[in-house]
Structures are given as C-alpha cells and as structure tokens.
Design a protein around this ligand. Structure first.
Ligand code: DX5
Ligand code: ZN
Length: 216
C-alpha cells in the first residue's frame, strides 16, 4: 500500500474546507503543505494562517515542507500552527544538524529535502538523525511540473545508504508523481508519495487517491 501525502498547493483555496474534507474522507495518510518564501524558490505560497486553518479541520497529520531560508527562526511557529512533520532543505540550512535537533526538540518529526541536482551522498553524516528524506523530483517552486526521471536511480542510492547505515528515515518523493510513475517509485524504495495536481485535476479525487494507493 502506497502512502499518499496530498499537496494542497494546487487545490481550490476558495473552497479550502471542502478540499480538506475530501482529503479527510480519502485513504491519503497526510496533508502536505508547501511553504515558499520567494527567496529560496521563485514563488510565494502561503503561511501560518493557512496552516492553522488546515489544522483545525484536518483529521490526518500535517507534513510541512519548508522552501525558505532562515528556517530556524520559524520552527516553533510551525509547531504552534500545527505541523507534525517539518522538512527543511539541505541547500537552505548551513547548520543542518542543529536545525534538525531543534525540530525534534519542538516535538516534531524532522525531514531533510534535496533539490534534484543535490547528490544523496551529502546526507551520509545526518541520515541517521532524520525521520525522513524528501527527494525533490521537480525543481521546487510550483505544482504541475514534469517528473525528473533520475529520481528512480537517486531513490535506490538513498535506500542503499539508509540500509547500510542502519538508519530508519522514510523516503519521500515530491513533484510530478502520478499513476504512471508511482509503481516504479515504490519499487525503487519510496515510502511516502507527495501528490498534488494529479489529484486536484481529477474528476474524482477520492477515487484517484485510492487508485494511487493501490497501484503496484
Ligand atoms: C513543489 C512542491 C510540491 C508540489 C507537488 O515545489 O513541493 O509539493 O506541490 O505538486 P505536483 O504533484 O503538482 O507536482
Ligand atoms: Zn512539497
């Protein structure tokens, strides 16, 4: 069974309550919330009021993906807004070990994300300390982009590293995931799939989430 984290980036924000109810009533495991600052990535998404609004109605954990610089400043704020999982970017955190410690100290699960060009080898000395590694399978900033094929190989290299180190980090893939690539990604070792536009473009999102979950 594939675990789906639904990215609300491309949902209908005018109907946010209805979109949250849709995810609640589906077999998806998590809500995935993309926070963009217009500096680390060339787009601005949403901030604390939206995270709080989702938390109020969500019946599932909130998986918050920070695409921002100076993440350390906001760790406690995201905890208070309702984040259960907090993922930061390797490329945006010069003191990544400290950032990961701070996230855990606030009582959240800690994730680290890699951009498509960043090799998994940079995680050798931190993979044992994180709860999840998020591999970006598009360049972060926008929903609806084409999946980068190198992600299969990258997932296998990460899986090998996690096993070799005796680590327990989950592998998450984010960007361009759909019904055509999900089975091969699962085969490569992905544990959690972030899916956005493929779900919100579908005529029956709840059914689509079920199909993605069951696709072997
Ligand atoms: C991209 C975001 C993704 C995005 C995924 O920067 O991190 O979570 O919303 O959306 P799709 O599934 O549309 O690629
Ligand atoms: Zn994301």
């Amino acid at each position: 069974m594939n675990k789906i984290a639904v990215s609300i980036l491309n949902c209908d924000f005018g109907e946010l309550s209805r979109e949250i109810e849709m995810v609640n009533s589906s077999v998806a495991e998590w809500f995935h919330l993309d926070i963009m600052d217009g500096v680390f990535v060339p787009n601005i998404s949403f901030g604390f009021p939206v995270v709080q609004a989702v938390k109020k109605k969500a019946a599932k954990p909130l998986d918050v993906h920070l695409m921002i610089t100076a993440a350390d400043r906001y760790i406690r704020d995201f905890k208070e807004a309702g984040a259960d999982w907090l993922t930061v970017h390797y490329e945006a955190c010069p003191h990544l070990h400290r950032t990961v410690q701070n996230i855990k100290q606030e009582g959240m699960k800690a994730g680290v994300s890699l951009n498509p060009h960043t090799p998994v080898s940079v995680l050798e000395d931190i993979v044992g300390d994180v709860d999840m590694v998020l591999l970006m399978s598009v360049n972060p900033g926008f929903g609806g982009q084409a999946f980068i094929e190198n992600t299969y190989d990258k997932t296998m290299r990460l899986k090998e590293m996690i096993t070799r180190k005796g680590a327990h980090a989950l592998i998450q893939v984010d960007g361009g995931v759909d019904i055509k690539n999900i089975a091969q990604l699962a085969e490569a070792g992905v544990d959690v799939f972030v899916v956005g536009s493929f779900i919100f473009r579908a005529e029956n999102p709840v059914q689509t989430i079920r199909e993605l979950t069951n696709k072997q």
